[in-house]
Design a protein around this ligand. Sequence first.
Ligand SMILES: C[S@@+](CC[C@H](N)C(=O)[O-])C[C@H]1O[C@@H](n2cnc3c(N)ncnc32)[C@H](O)[C@@H]1O
Length: 256
Amino acid sequence: MRHILIIGIGAGNPEHMTVQAINALNRADVLFIPTKGEKKTELAELRRGICARYVTRAGSRTVEFAVPVRRTEGRSYVESVDDWHAGIAAAYEALLESELAEGQTGAFLVWGDPMLYDSTIRIVERVKTRGRVTFGYDVIPGITSLQALCASHRIPLNLVGKPVEITTGRRLAESFPHRNETAVVMLDGEQAFRKIEDPDAEIYWGAYLGTPDEIVIAGRLAEVKEQILEARAAARERMGWIMDIYLLRKGADFEE
Ligand SMILES: C[S@@+](CC[C@H](N)C(=O)[O-])C[C@H]1O[C@@H](n2cnc3c(N)ncnc32)[C@H](O)[C@@H]1O
């Protein structure tokens, strides 16, 4: 039977690779590297760099593949994601059939950790359910962008004994500041923090975390909002793409 390893590779710093992830890379006969189009070639480059640095096993090979692009026109959000996943599942299935022989192990290198806003596990499950290729699989955890954010700002994720919500820019307004004292926002293309007017809110923002281009800004939201918007726009212009994440906080430890 074929075997797949879904390996978390960390969120930008090659030193995020755990010993378990390095050992898993070296168990693979084939390393699958997604390339996402020109703007994000840096990300494919980072994956290639990780393989060059950590793969010591002789005879393994790398296969790059294009990830299908999500189409949104005429579809609801759920429909568009569902179609997109179906397209990726078909691409994975074709890769496994054509690039991985019976008895071989293939590795998918996943940004950060595979359990956090990533669909590799879901898509591999889809391929398994379709039943055309039979395989087993394991998941190897990685350092997430959320951990990288908290480490760079030197902050704990939660206030003492308090919950945390992890959400997207699209849904931030539902949770912060009414429902939660700490909200972490990922995948925010609209800078949803702009619309938060709470005078007590603080923000811990980070872009390109773990990479040489890392930028971090923290402070009272009302005071640093504009600075973040400007830094973000300038970095995006300079680099051609951006990945950012932020934590919003209200309240303090031991406050009821
Ligand atoms: C598709 S999700 C993948 C998350 C990933 N699985 C993880 O564990 O961090 C992509 C989002 O993660 C965040 N992200 C990932 N890497 C980042 C980095 N190095 N710096 C800032 N944000 C990052 C951004 O919010 C981005 O929109």
